[in-house]
Design a protein around this ligand. Sequence first.
Ligand SMILES: [Zn+2]
Length: 73
Amino acid sequence: MANPKRRHSRSRRDKRRANWKLKEKAFLNCTQCGSLVISHRACNKCGFYNGEIAMIIKSKDKKVSTSSSVQEV
Ligand SMILES: [Zn+2]
């Protein structure tokens, strides 16, 4: 098994660990209802993605799907 010949310095170790950061989530406004949505995800409020219904949101006011490839969540 390959083993490291020399131990890394504290500086080198800490420089490696300094690159571990949390990324800010990319938020967009839904084109249909205007609520905040995560990019590349269907809207939680209206279920729209890329201009068409991607999923049916179960709520009091039931929405009728127009797309054939509707996935119920
Ligand atoms: Zn929406």
